[in-house]
Design a protein around this ligand. Structure first.
Ligand code: ADP
Ligand code: MG
Length: 603
């Protein structure tokens, strides 16, 4: 047999390598921003078109490249940042693998313009799928501009795999925020489709955090500061009452690099011990500085996971420092004297805790859409003229197999006997011909609201109520950008907007089933859902939106329902298209036949 092993051509090798480094437009953003920082830039601009699918461009005022370096920079393993293996253990740059530009150039159309401060003329190089198309001398500003167009143009499978623009934009904004938070002294600009999303001026950590997350963040921050031989910790945690129901604003930076670490996260969460409601996640922005030779960054291609020499000690110090600061800010509960001595730190707590009070996390009192109190209250979904007939029609014509639920109920009850019962403020029991049906009130209501929203969103006939006084809500720029990308869908759902500014949105109309006091939470939850990202391309925003609204607005376990409300719930549930499951796939009701009940007694 003849020999069969060949070396892969460079462009193929590069395409394969690109798979590791470049998962999506946001990965390109990260690499280019980091290169600009490594080049010593003080001003960095990021320009995005169509969630990065059309264009990702980073313009910096850093040190630029000579013509030869410009050409070299696209070679695989070409880097100016390390020379020998030992350098790996003393890194102070973001990059060092020399792979990013080679990888990106293998799977996109790339245009590089760069000039060093010393030279008169700069260099312009165009590359498509690793092939140099042109190289010219050009007049250009000092620094580097790298434009990446049509990402994955030559790997359709990867391109098709990209998520919706909303999701990809979210990823880009995440990367941008991480880099911007890690380098508050550098000024950053982000434009998406020619809209300015962020304009961050150089400043300190606090100013940067507030600029990124909106002015409402300022009052939430508790400063953290500690210096020991092996570690400096700076930054902020958010007061426990501002913790989130979803993980979100949790940032660790180690030597100015954003990293993920569930171990260190655990240390912080642990420091909040007793201060957080169950299921709540604290927000934090923590900047750790350790000797460069005490960490290994080279364990992950995207460099977001690192290995610490001295993990246990870091854990202990981080936990103690955060706990200490929370205590100083009078937000910690009484000191726990039973604390694990192994986790103690070299310094002593100041006992300022005498006056410490247990903070309360205020929980929204449960919204009850069934409440009949206010006749003008349009939030009552069960009172508004429901298109029960149309739902029934839908339901019978679409799925005949389910029509049985309709005849499930006794029809002869003209006499006024009690037909429904509420059990433990959680279930509604209703009598049916063959026995009883047990309904989970919260899940059932989710199903009802979900179908109502889905209908009003997709039928595009917004059931909107105009607000007497438009409501202005502040959001971070990133949140506003996200809301902007789903503006049309929100309008279909019944929202109407007055003004989008850089840090607020003015809302003048809302869906009929939403109360004014819920606008904030409903939009916040929606952003959370979108961030969680599960959707593949077959899922529309409509669906995410309807699910999110239904979840936020549904009556919860623990809500007492009047008999009338119970009956409405039962009727509305069984006029749904898919009454048996919640929008998240959980069973909404179970039936118990007389036979099954009999069997309970016969065994
Ligand atoms: P790495 O960053 O790991 O060195 P890259 O492929 O990202 O690898 O970049 C290769 C080289 O190109 C860098 O080492 C650097 O010398 C040069 N380079 C890349 N981007 C810039 C930039 N914005 N300004 C100046 N030099 C750059
Ligand atoms: Mg790099």
């Amino acid at each position: 047999m003849s020999d069969i092993i060949q070396l892969l051509p460079d462009h193929v090798a590069n395409q394969i390598a690109a798979g590791e480094v470049v998962q999506r437009p946001a990965s390109v953003v990260k690499e280019l921003l980091e290169n600009a920082i490594d080049a010593g830039a003080t001003n960095i601009k990021l320009l995005i078109k169509d969630a990065g699918k059309t264009l990702i461009q980073v313009i910096d005022d850093g040190k630029g490249m000579s013509a030869t370096d410009a050409r070299m920079s696209f070679e695989r393993h070409a880097t100016s940042k390390i020379q020998k293996a030992e350098d790996l253990f003393n890194l102070c740059t973001k990059g060092f693998r020399g792979e990013a530009l080679a990888s990106i150039a293998a799977i996109a159309h790339v245009e590089l313009k760069t000039k060093t401060p010393e030279e008169e003329l700069g260099t312009c190089i165009k590359i498509e799928g690793s092939k140099i198309v042109s190289q010219d001398f050009i007049a250009t500003a000092k620094g580097t501009s790298l434009a990446v167009k049509n990402l994955f143009y030559n790997i359709p499978a990867r391109r098709n795999f990209l998520k919706s623009d909303t999701v990809e934009t979210r990823h880009i904004i995440d990367e941008f925020q991480r880099v911007a938070l890690a380098h508050p002294e550098i000024s950053f600009l982000l434009h998406h489709n020619n809209n300015e999303v962020y304009h961050l001026k150089g400043g300190n950590f606090r100013q940067r955090i507030v600029a990124v997350f909106g002015s409402k963040m300022n009052e939430k921050l508790v400063p953290i500061n500690e210096t020991t031989d092996i570690l400096t910790i700076e930054g902020f945690v958010a007061k426990p009452e501002f913790s989130k129901r979803k993980r979100g604003e949790q940032f660790f930076f180690v030597n100015n690099r954003f990293i993920k670490s569930s171990y260190l996260n655990h240390a912080v969460v642990n420091a909040f011990d007793g201060l957080l409601e169950q299921g709540a996640h604290p927000s934090y922005f923590l900047y750790l500085t350790v000797p460069a030779n005490s960490i290994d960054i080279n364990i992950h291609p995207t460099k977001t996971e690192i290995k610490f020499d001295n993990e246990k000690a870091l854990y202990a110090m981080l936990r103690a420092t955060v706990k200490h600061s929370l205590g100083q800010y009078n937000v910690a509960p009484v000191l726990d004297f039973n604390r694990d001595a192994n986790l103690d730190t070299p310094y002593h707590f100041k006992s300022t805790s005498k006056t410490a009070s247990v903070p309360k996390i205020s929980v929204d009192p449960d919204f009850n859409p069934f409440k009949e109190s206010n006749p003008k209250d349009t939030s009552n979904t069960f009172k508004r003229e429901k298109q029960t007939e149309s739902w029934e029609a839908l339901y019978t014509s679409v799925d005949t197999s389910q029509t049985t639920t309709e005849s499930l109920f006794e029809h002869q009850e003209a006499e006024k006997t009690k037909k429904t019962f509420q059990i433990q403020r959680k279930y509604v029991m209703s009598l049916i011909k063959s026995g009883v049906v047990l309904i989970n009130q919260s899940l059932a209501h989710q199903r009802i609201l979900y179908e109502q929203f889905l209908e009003s969103i997709t039928v595009k006939e917004a059931n909107s109520q105009q607000l007497l006084f438009p409501v202005k809500i502040s959001f971070s720029s990133a949140e506003i950008e996200m809301i902007y990308t789903i503006k049309t869908e929100l309008e279909n759902a019944g929202f109407s907007f007055d003004e989008f500014t850089k840090d607020s949105i003015t809302i003048k109309g809302i869906p009929v089933s939403v109360t004014e006091s819920k606008i904030n939470i409903i939009l916040e939850e929606l952003l959370n859902e979108i961030n969680l990202e599960v959707p593949d391309s077959s899922f529309s925003h409509f669906d995410i939106m309807a699910k999110s609204f239904a979840k936020t607005l549904s009556i919860k376990t623990g809500t007492l329902l009047s008999e009338k409300e119970q009956e409405s719930l039962v009727n509305d549930l069984f006029s749904c298209k898919e009454p048996s499951v919640s929008p998240f796939g959980k069973a909404t009701f179970k039936t118990l036949t007389l036979l099954q009940i009999d069997n309970l007694f016969n065994s």
